[in-house]
Design a protein around this ligand. Sequence first.
Ligand SMILES: Nc1ncnc2c1ncn2[C@@H]1O[C@H](COP(=O)(O)OP(=O)(O)OP(=O)(O)O)[C@@H](O)[C@H]1O
Ligand SMILES: [Mg+2]
Length: 336
Amino acid sequence: MSPHQTPRNGAAITAVELAKSYPGGRGKPAVRALDGLTFEAAAGEVFGLLGPNGAGKSTAVKILSTLSRADSGSARVAGIDVARHPDKVRAAIGFVAQKSVCDPMDTGYENLVLAGRLQGLPGPAAKARALELLERFSLSGARDRLVKTYSGGMARKLDVAVGLMHRPSVLFLDEPTTGLDPEARADMWDEIEAMAGTENMTVLLTTHYLDEADRLAAHVAILDAGRIVASGTPEGLKRELRGDAVIVETGLDADPVAAARTMADLGDVREVSRDGRTVRCRTDDGAAALPRVLAALDGARIAVASATVARPSLDDVYLRHTGRAYSAAIGEEVAA
Ligand SMILES: Nc1ncnc2c1ncn2[C@@H]1O[C@H](COP(=O)(O)OP(=O)(O)OP(=O)(O)O)[C@@H](O)[C@H]1O
Ligand SMILES: [Mg+2]
């Protein structure tokens, strides 16, 4: 485990070598969704679990929130073993699933009160908490409207409020912003930040969006094919990359493979990679390297549509550890 992961005030979530396979069905081989997942999230922090479609994020969250069982390995949440004491774990956690569980034919208020009652709150306490959370998530004005009339962002905020009714010490958020428009996403980010700051709660957030994890998470782990391929603070992971990225988009008629080869032949660049028409490389000083890259491409008669220099981003971290660009790995999600 890297030094970045040493918890400051105890671990709220510990997963050790979790493995889980699903039957493949119709004679197909089993799907190994988790393949030795190990990580730790410190109490009171927002921890980001990142990864492309099918990486195993939801499977991990389901096991940690006791909705599913691991084939092997162990996990503790809020200090409690998930396999031995699932009831105790359930009392300590909130869980916001990837798909909404709110009843569209009930009002926001009714959904919250019902959730509170199911979570064991007495009636008056459930009603008071529902009103408090509606206020907190700026949904008071919509409290008596049917959820089916809510916007996507409002419905998602209600989902999070449902998870918070019984004041959990650990909250699992499975892709809280997927499918939201940029404004609703920014709004949700503000809510998650405020929530983590005031409730002294540990939040495990899964996401496709590297910028989301960068903004919200104290620590992140990148999951690929059921294993952690990188973990640490967003800053630490970026620092490990050393240097800038030079990103060149080749012209429509240009040959990007030839562009990649030309760039690889330059002495002071490294880690050349290509994704469609985009060719990237890493270099110690991007501003100095860019003119040389452009001159070399010009010399090879390769047209360039655009060229940029960027400080390392979590996308670069992802590329380094999985060998493919994040947008390529998650396919159309990013384009949508
Ligand atoms: N109930 C199931 N039966 C069979 N295979 C499953 C089941 N649930 C998940 N899988 C498979 O396990 C792998 C991991 O799935 P999981 O849902 O955990 O990924 P994810 O990272 O949450 O993906 P996404 O970003 O699309 O939500 C995938 O290959 C998926 O097809
Ligand atoms: Mg998922």
